[in-house]
Structures are given as C-alpha cells and as structure tokens.
Design a binder for this molecule. Structure first.
Ligand SMILES: Nc1nc2c(ncn2[C@@H]2O[C@H](COP(=O)(O)OP(=O)(O)OP(=O)(O)O)[C@@H](O)[C@H]2O)c(=O)[nH]1
Length: 769
C-alpha cells in the first residue's frame, strides 16, 4: 500500500474498494494547520491520474431503466455495496438508500431525480445514473438517456415487460443506446424466465440473448449457470447473508442431470443465435467448431455477444434477485463486458472538437451552500476547475470554480476530468439543462469551421446550431394549478424557488395568468406537481397554497372561416391604421398530438410585404395560438392563410401584430371552437377478484377498454381514459382493490370532446354549475 498526498477533499468519504481516504495534518514547513487528505492506493493502481481520469476504454456510462417497482434502486444499492462504495446494504423499504437521496424519495420509496453515482469495478469506472420509473418523470429518463452509452433494463421476472418499460425502451431506441436486460425478482414464486423472455421479444420487438440459466426457482432460487463459461454460481439461501461471497465452480457430471441438459440446450441455442447475428462468429463456428459447439471458447463467444450488443442486434439477458442478494455481481460484469465504452459510440461533435472541451449539461441541482451544481457529460477534451468555459446556447462565458465527482449526495473534489466522464461542476450560474459547454468562443468557432468543411459548402443552418448537442425533448404539461405564497412579501422568494426548480426540471413550466395575475404551475402529472409543492416547502422554506389541479385542454376549430378587421388607433401624434384579412381552417388530423398550427401568405401578399411586417404578422399569429377563443387554452391544428394586410404609412409593427391577433380571434370564433382533451393510456394490473369493480369504475370515467390480458393470477387491463376523469385515481384504485392493484398512466393523444361534455365543461369553467 502506498500513500500519495491528494487535493483537499470537501468531505471525508469512503470511495469504494479502489482507494481509501485518510487525513492528517499538513507537514509543509509554513505554519499551516490545514488538514491534508490522503488516498491509499492499492498496489495495482499506477497513479492518481488513472483513478481520477481512467482510460476511456474502461469507462461505462450506464443508466438503469425500468417500470416502477421493478427493483432499480435495490439493484443499484447492491451494485454500490459489492463494489465497496457503500459499507451497508441500503433498503428502499427502510428508506436508507444512497441513490434515493432526496427526502421525498426516501419517504415515498420512489426514485424522482436521476442521481449520478460513480464507482469502480474490476479496473473499470462505472458512472451510473439511476432513472425514475414513474411516468410523471419521463423527462428525467430522457435526459439521462441522452448522455448514456449503455443501459440496464430491469424487469420484474414475475411480470415481464410492463407499460413504463415500453416507453423507456422506445426512448433508448431513439438514442441508439445498447442495453442488457436483468430479470429481477427471480425469488418470487411467480417468476417466469420463459414468459419474461417472450414478452421482451413480443412487446419490445427486441432479440433477447439468454446468457444464464437460473438454478432453483422461487424461494429455492440459489444461483445461476453462466452459459458462456459453464460456471455455476451459488449463493447461500440464508436470508441474512449479504451475497458478497458466492461459490463459483465448473458445472460437472455430479450436478443435477436436468440442469445439465437445460444448460447444454440453452448454450447450443445461444451459439446458434449468435452465429445468426454475427458473421465473424458464424465463420469461426463453421471453420473450427462445426461439429463440436461445446468446444467454442467462452472468450470468442463473449466477443461475439459484445459485437451483437453494440450493434443492437440483440440484448443479453441475465437474471437474479437483488433483494435476496443473488446475481448482481455477474450483472456488473456484464456491464463492463458487453456495454460500450464512450469511445465506442459515435458522436460527430467529438470529431469537430478534436481535443478541445465539449460537454453537455444534463442536470442542474441547487445546493444551498454551493449554488447551482451542473452535471456534465464530457464528450471531448479535459475539464479543469478554476477555468472559464463558454456556453454555446446562452452565448456567454462563465467561470467554473470547482470540479467534483458525483457520489449521490456526496461529492469529491478533483483536479481534472477527461472525455467520457460525468462531471459535477460548481460556479456555472447561467447554465441550464441541455446546454452545450466548450472551452471558449474561439474553440466553438474552430469546431464550426471543421463541421462546415465536413458538411460541404452549403451553409443551411447557423454555425451555432451545428455545434449544439441535441438537448432533451420536453413534452407539454398536462396539468396545471395556481400557486400562491403565504404573504405578498414572500412572492419574490417563491419566484426565485420556481426559477431554480425550472432550471433543474425542464418539464416544469411556470407562467403568469394574464387575467388574474396568479402564478401558474404546469406539470406532467399529479405526483409531479405534488413533489414540486413539497420541494418548495422543504428546500426553500416557503409554505405555498396550491389551487385546484386543472387539466391542460387545447382548442382547435371545426370548419373554414374568414374574417376582416381594421385597427385604427392614435397614440400621441401618430395614427396607426391597418386592415387584415385572413382565413382559418382545421389542419387534417387535428386531434393528433403532433399537429401544430401553420400559416402561409397568399402569393401576392407575400411579395408586397416587407420582412418587418411579415414578422409582425407572425408574432400576432403566434400570440393568438397561445389562447384559444373558447377557454383560453393553447390552439392546435389550425391552418391560417393571410389574404391581405394593408396599412397606412407610419403604422407600427406592434399595431399590425395586434390587428392580426384580433382578426384571428374573430375568425376562430366564426369557425366554431372545439375543445381537445388529453386522453391517457392506462394500464391497471389487478387481481381477478377485483377486475369487475375496476371495470365498473372505468366505465363511469368515460374509459374505453382496449384489452384485458392475463398475467399469472392477475389481469392486465389496457384502456384509454380522459385525463380529466383521473384526478386522485391512485386513492380510488387502492380503495376499490384493497391495495391489490397498480397502474400507470401516460399521455396518448388529444381528442375532441363531444358536444355534451364540452358544454358541461364550458358551463363549469364559467361558474354556472
Ligand atoms: N421479491 C423481491 N422483491 C424485490 C426485489 N428487488 C426489489 N424488490 C422489492 O420491490 C420493491 C421496489 O423496489 P425498488 O428498488 O424501489 O424499485 P424501483 O424500480 O427503484 O422503484 P422506483 O424508483 O419507484 O421506480 C421494494 O419493495 C423492494 O424491496 C427482488 O429481487 N425480489
């Protein structure tokens, strides 16, 4: 064991099995009372550099994704424990996990924010981002996926693929993230390997590659056989055993003949499947092992499985029970063996920036003492504290004071960090989630030049657009409510709190109601708004009052209509006169979520108008799309044709915009307003005994049942239901089923309300009922 003096740690923490911290008084000759902190390096670690900035091929930036309650947090805790990062096993049921560090997470037993955790495993650096499973926090998942190189999908082996997994899986497909699957909860009597694999194939349209065979089932699940090495891993059944130590030995003739047969068949199937997916392996098989699959070396098979995983032609499947401490170590091995290092993923930017710094801010947290903490994924170059960096999105230069390695709510200060790593920075006050950070404006310009020469001469997009890493798409909020401080004196504090929370969470929108002057919170679901409310109380010490939760409807028009309007106003000495003629009509398929509003000028009008007036017309249109004619909800699916804009000389563009907005309102009223309501897709898993009461309740909520499937003793009900009918559903479902049901709710589409429901809504909003 050697000791090296290290930079001063902000806090003393245990940093995993790779190195340990100690402290002693500084021995420098000046009169210094500073405590120096030391890192004890194991003998196989060459230098601190390798610990802080490991070789890029040894880094794995990994996320864990799953349906709510599949066991992500429990699995993460086991990983941290076996890697030596924590010294006691955290338990979500006892509320003492490391990754769920926010107070609400500990209390509610759910994961809200993706906490980044760094740990080491067998000379690899694993940056692990625990992502939430609740659908209200989809943006958190998307944000994490954007910066990951690989992911572990955790499934409840007794349930197979569940609704939220489908959503997250699709998100991972979008970002081309290679994955491995972990079938957790193999200790449950209802765990079913075959059905789970089949549901991965059928529902996720993926190609599962089974790498292990479980030994025993339910309560007697004791271990696994690795199909590549034919090694049998056995854990103790004793419930108090932490699973750190387990027996590994080659499968032998002395083992259960049924298990031997199962392993033989599964290995042959694995070899054939990989040969189908990987030409290099197929060739090796044909030339060297045509008649003896048994002799295929595990290393060759492993290399081929890795190629298949990286090419996303197949997903390795492993199994275990995190709660019972079985199968987690082989899962961490699989992360390092099969998921890609950062340099195995393709990012154009890395080429353009060469060795210059380029990083993406993917998360912002607020710390009372240190101010905003920004999580960055470094794509190229090296990051150092006490340096200025340039934010391309905001076009400003900021100074980064400190650089930290994120260990959940513990942060270790470090002197530099290289490409491929996840860093946590202090001092970036303007940076918002999704921003791109580079070393300087001139390095951004140099990269822009390289990008342009790469893309040929055609400069269709701005230089900046080329260089901004694509951020995170934020879906529109579906719920909103007013929020009020306890006294007017606290209004400024509330605004500050909301600003901080918005920088952290782009799915939270805040606006001021133009009529009432009230502050309005818009969020992704009841739980989302509840958590924000709770955080304002806990973290900012403000007791706020929330108004009733309301659904974010939208509006559209039913038919074609035209309108003309003239605005004649004298302000001071100046007279402004403008006349606008336009026509509105519904866009085809206006009920679909994606259909936004569009507009065009008639050809002659387009030629006559100056660019300044055209901009003014567009501004007027955009502001009229923000508030529909019926209830003031945003407008979608409306197509506008500008037929005439005539104005007296001296009329200001602001007056043109105002006239366009007024004329639009007139036209939309004539065209007949239609309210569109968010319709959710609902999945309820419920015991057969309670199915009829759940169905009966759904029919009263205007729900439409799409399918009822069987899953072991449970029924899975798939339905669509208007969001307006789902307020407080979790409490009602709990009462109806005595707590024997779970559900997930996700925005499906916006649908036109029927005239009866719409007039009831209009009366309700007008206060007539
Ligand atoms: N039987 C069994 N239960 C498990 C296993 N792993 C986790 N659980 C239990 O499943 C529940 C959910 O576990 P979590 O680890 O919080 O799941 P999660 O996916 O992180 O949940 P969210 O963060 O809320 O999405 C807890 O009650 C765990 O004790 C397992 O291997 N076997």
């Amino acid at each position: 064991m050697r000791f090296r003096a290290c930079w001063t740690f902000s806090r003393m923490i245990w940093v995993g099995n790779l190195f340990k911290t100690g402290s002693r008084l500084c021995r420098c000759r000046v009169n210094c009372q500073v405590k120096r902190h030391y890192i004890a390096l194991p003998d196989d670690v060459k230098s601190l550099r390798t610990v802080v900035s490991p070789d890029i091929s040894k880094i794995r930036n990994i996320g864990i994704m799953a349906h709510i309650d599949a066991g992500k947090t429990t699995t993460t805790e086991r990983m941290l424990y076996y890697s030596g990062y924590t010294r006691a096993l955290g338990d979500v049921d006892d509320g003492d996990t490391v990754t769920d560090f926010m107070a609400q997470e500990r209390e509610r037993g759910i994961t809200i924010q993706s906490a980044a955790v760094t740990f080491d495993w067998k000379s690899h650096r694993i940056n692990l981002i625990d992502t939430p499973g609740h659908v209200d926090f989809t943006v958190e998942v998307e944000r994490a996926l954007r910066v990951l190189d690989g992911a572990v999908a955790v499934f409840d082996a007794s349930a197979g693929v569940e609704a939220q997994t489908l959503t997250v899986w699709r998100q991972a497909d979008k970002h081309h993230v290679p994955r491995v699957c972990f079938l957790n909860k193999m200790d449950k009597p209802a765990a079913n390997l075959g059905l789970s694999i089949e549901s991965i194939r059928a529902k996720l349209k993926a190609n599962p590659v089974l790498l292990q065979v479980p030994v025993g089932s339910g309560k007697n699940f004791t271990g696994l056989v690795d199909l590549l090495t034919k090694q049998k891993m056995t854990w103790k059944l004793n419930s108090t055993d932490d699973g750190r130590v387990f027996e590994t030995k080659a499968l032998s003739q002395a083992d259960n003949p049924e298990l031997l047969q199962e392993v033989r068949e599964a290995r042959t199937a694995l070899i054939e499947q990989i040969a189908d997916l990987d030409d290099e392996f197929a060739e090796l098989l044909l030339t060297d092992f045509g008649d003896n699959f048994d002799a295929v070396p595990s290393s060759k098979l492993q290399e081929a499985v890795r190629r298949v995983t990286l090419a996303r032609k197949g997903v390795p499947v492993l199994c275990g029970s995190s709660l019972k401490n079985k199968g987690v170590q082989p899962l961490i091995d699989a992360i390092t063996d099969y998921l890609p290092a950062p340099n195995e993923r393709h990012h154009d930017l890395v080429r353009w920036y060469k060795d210059d710094l380029c990083a993406l801010a993917f998360k912002v947290l607020h710390d009372k003492q240190r101010g905003p903490l920004v999580f960055l994924r470094i794509y190229s170059g090296t990051m150092k504290p006490q340096t200025a960096v340039y934010n391309i999105n905001r076009d400003n230069t900021e100074r980064m004071s400190r650089l930290l390695l994120p260990f959940a709510d513990q942060h270790v200060e470090i002197p530099s960090l290289t490409a491929g790593n996840i860093a946590l920075t202090v001092g970036l006050k303007q940076t918002v989630t999704g921003d791109t950070i580079v070393s300087s404006k001139s390095s951004a310009a140099a990269a822009a030049r390289r990008a342009q020469s790469d893309r040929g001469k055609g400069k269709t997009r701005g230089e900046q657009a080329n260089l901004v890493l694509s951020g995170v798409e934020v879906p529109d909020p579906v719920f909103f409510c007013s929020i009020e401080p306890p006294t007017l004196a606290k209004q400024a504090d509330l605004e500050n709190a909301l600003n901080c929370l918005q920088r952290e969470d782009p799915s939270l929108k805040v606006r001021v109601d133009p009529d009432s002057g009230q502050t309005i919170l818009c969020g992704m679901g009841e739980l989302h708004i509840e958590i924000i409310h709770d955080r304002i109380r806990r973290e900012f010490g403000i007791e706020t009052h929330l108004g009733p939760l309301q659904v974010a409807y939208r509006e559209t028009v039913l038919q074609h209509a035209s309108a003309t309007d003239t605005l004649d106003r004298t302000i001071g000495e100046r007279r402004h006169i403008v006349t606008v003629e336009l026509a509105v009509s519904p866009v085809e398929d206006s009920s679909s979520m994606g259909s936004s509003c569009d507009f065009a000028f008639e050809e002659e009008v387009e030629e006559q108008l100056s660019p300044e007036v055209k901009d003014a017309v567009e501004n007027g249109l955009q502001s009229s799309y923000l508030q529909g004619p019926l209830l003031g909800y945003p407008v979608q699916g409306v197509s506008t044709l500008i037929q005439n804009v005539s104005m007296e000389p001296g009329t200001s563009p602001a007056m043109v915009s105002a006239c366009v907005s007024r004329c639009m309102l007139k036209a939309m009223r004539q065209a007949g307003g239609q309210v569109l309501e968010p319709v959710m897709s609902l999945e309820v898993t419920v015991g057969e005994a309670h199915l009829s009461s759940v169905l009966g309740d759904l029919s009263q909520r205007r729900g439409a049942v799409k399918d009822i499937q069987s899953r072991h003793d449970n029924k899975v009900l798939l339905a669509t239901v208007p969001l307006a009918e789902m307020m407080g559903y979790s409490t009602i479902l709990r009462t109806l089923t005595s707590g024997n049901a779970t559900f997930s709710l996700e925005l499906d589409t916006y649908e036109a309300m029927n005239s009866q429901d719409q007039s009831a809504l209009l009366k309700r909003v007008a206060g007539l009922v």
